[in-house]
Design a binder for this molecule. Structure first.
Ligand SMILES: Nc1nc2c(ncn2[C@@H]2O[C@H](COP(=O)(O)OP(=O)(O)O)[C@@H](O)[C@H]2O)c(=O)[nH]1
Ligand SMILES: [Mg+2]
Length: 216
């Protein structure tokens, strides 16, 4: 896939080293009253249920069971915090677009996500995951509007790139970049990833390291 190199070899290597360090599940929160202190930089992952949020977190830290372990029923409806190297936290936001969730439940996840975004000064960036096979859908409008409203800088990540041909991924990537051009808080660049094959993972690690202003 023809993504121009964004980071130097040194930056990619530093990010690899950082993400190879100790990663652990910290806690799940069902309301913003029970959050960890805002003393460390955080990045959050949002997207429809099944888009690949937990798999992406696992791929980033090279630890297959990390996010999966917190994936028991119920857990996917919480804010899940993962600690990396005692220096930053990865936050798995509740999935949206649940076909079977009631309206009341949907509202609850939305409120939890929204309250978190609004009040989290140490949230450095949000990543909105979109299935590369589907591209942006009407259902993704809601989180984008929430990020724009809360002025949380966010970047769109295409997931499951291995399910398409490289040229198809590139077409979706460019189409998605064109679609978000006027979004005030959206990062203009869309990154294609595959948690399965590792595509785009080194670059995403470097993006996160840079967003959190971490140096080794
Ligand atoms: N082929 C492929 N499958 C993936 C990838 N990422 C996730 N999946 C699959 O998609 C399904 C949902 O993934 P999961 O990480 O649980 O999604 P979540 O609900 O957003 O946390 C699982 O069956 C994963 O194995 C990927 O990069 N490539
Ligand atoms: Mg999950």
């Amino acid at each position: 896939m023809s993504q121009d190199p964004l980071f130097s070899e040194e930056e990619l290597e530093a990010a690899r080293v950082l993400f190879a360090r100790q990663a652990s599940f910290l806690m799940g929160a069902v309301s913003v009253d029970g959050l960890p202190p805002g003393d460390l930089p955080e990045v959050a992952f949002a997207g429809r249920s099944n888009v690949g949020k937990s798999s992406l977190i696992n791929a980033l830290v090279g630890h297959k069971g990390l996010a999966r372990a917190s994936n028991e029923p119920g857990r996917t409806r919480e804010l899940n915090f993962f600690m990396l190297d005692e220096r930053l936290r990865l936050v798995d936001l509740p999935g949206y677009g649940w076909a079977k969730a009631s309206k009341v439940e949907v509202k609850k996840f939305q409120n939890l996500g929204r309250d978190f975004l609004r009040g989290r000064a140490n949230l450095k960036r949000a990543y909105l995951l979109i299935d590369a096979r589907h591209g942006l859908k009407a259902v993704d409008e809601e989180p984008m509007a929430a990020f724009d409203k809360a002025a949380v800088s966010y970047q769109i990540i295409l997931t499951k790139a291995d399910k398409l041909k490289p040229a198809e991924v590139e077409a979706v990537r460019q189409r998605t970049e064109a679609a978000i051009i006027k979004r005030p808080a959206a990062f203009p660049r869309v990154l294609a990833t595959s948690s399965e094959k590792g595509h785009g993972i080194p670059e995403l690690r470097a993006e996160i390291m840079s967003a959190c202003e971490i140096t080794l």
